[in-house]
Ligand binder design. Structure first.
Ligand code: FAD
Length: 299
């Protein structure tokens, strides 16, 4: 049961930020409520005032300028999986969005809510890392840009200041000729493992690579050191290199045993799925979208 709550509905970033500053610990940003209301209902979070940011127009926009896709923080997962501009610009991201939870959560939950909550078992952040995405954070003090990599700090921890809200996510295109893939392992609705790969091939060799892993440790991570190691290799050689990286994966990704699997299982599957994603990134028909509009899972 939820106790009585006060709902504020600011229409500007400045108003929302002032409310966060004034109410401090008593206030919380409320977007889709998919996470927030669950936490409050189960007594994990107490809040007296909800600052509903959905009345702020700019948080709902999807725009594309000079090849840069800008997605407002309140755009829902469902809008992202179905938007033709998003599917064309970042097909693996749109695909990842189509795999989030179920239709109800995808209609209710927002990209901003997902990234700001920073639950490790999430899909969008991993694939956004291979796009070198950045986020715009705003308050009554102004706006700032941060690389998504720097925004994610630790489990449920981000670089947001107490009076800040996320305004949008900026998604650059992949370099010309680079193809991406997103693979996910799940036993329940939330993913056990998410793998994002983007490759540019030249004469059967990897000319440039971007790799990211999410879900198995505290936060989604780029594998920059491994990217350097596999550049110049064939896909088969790259898979051999992956096979010898167990310690690197363990140190960087810090996998944990939980209900979704043991740390050893997650590490093993990281190497398996990375290999599969490398294969897929050489054959995906980017930028043609090859997944159905409603996503593969409709449950
Ligand atoms: C049953 C279930 C299954 C799920 N499965 C998946 C899955 O498979 N993959 C996956 O990726 N995710 C999954 N999720 C998570 C889901 O994607 C997120 O819950 C959702 O995106 C959160 O968005 P929201 O708008 O509902 O956030 P809210 O619940 O409204 O807010 C979440 C948190 O973010 C803060 N917040 C929200 N918007 C902003 C903003 N603009 N600026 C600053 N802070 C903000 C809030 O204060 C709160 O702390 C699942 C959730 C549920 C309930």
């Amino acid at each position: 049961m939820l106790g009585s709550l006060q709902l504020l509905q600011p229409t500007t970033v400045g108003e929302a930020s002032s409310a966060l500053r004034d109410f401090a610990e008593r206030g919380r940003i409320y977007a889709g409520g998919a996470e927030l209301l669950l936490l409050m209902r189960h007594g994990f979070l107490q809040s007296e005032i909800l600052v509903d940011v959905k009345k702020i127009d700019r948080l709902h926009r999807i725009t594309s300028n000079d090849g840069l896709l800008c997605v407002g923080a309140c755009v829902t997962h469902h809008a992202l999986e179905t938007d033709p501009v998003v599917r064309e610009h970042a097909p693996s991201f749109a695909y990842a969005e189509s795999q989030v939870a179920n239709v109800r959560v995808r209609n209710q939950g927002t990209l901003g809510g997902n990234l700001c909550f920073n639950d490790p078992h999430s899909d969008p952040g991993t694939v956004l890392l291979v796009h070198n995405a950045s986020v715009t954070l705003g308050s009554q003090r102004g706006e700032r840009q941060l690389q998504l990599n720097d925004f994610f700090l630790d489990v449920y921890e981000t670089a947001l200041e107490p009076d800040e809200l996320m305004l949008d996510v900026r998604i650059p295109p992949l370099p010309a000729g680079m193809i991406s893939a997103y693979l996910r392992l799940h036993r329940f609705q939330r993913p056990t493992l998410g793998i994002a790969v983007a490759l540019k091939m030249n004469n059967g060799k990897i000319a440039e690579s971007r790799l990211a892993v999410g879900c198995i440790g505290p936060k989604a991570q780029r594998l920059s050191e491994l990217e350097t190691k596999i550049n110049g290799s064939s896909i088969n050689d790259a898979k051999q290199i992956l096979a010898g990286q167990k310690n690197y994966f363990r140190d960087l990704l810090r996998p944990v045993d939980d209900l979704l699997g043991s740390a050893d299982y997650k590490l093993y599957m990281t190497h398996v799925l990375l290999g599969q994603a490398l294969e897929q990134a050489t054959i995906s028909r980017h930028p043609v979208i090859s997944f159905p509009l409603d996503g593969e899972r409709t449950g």
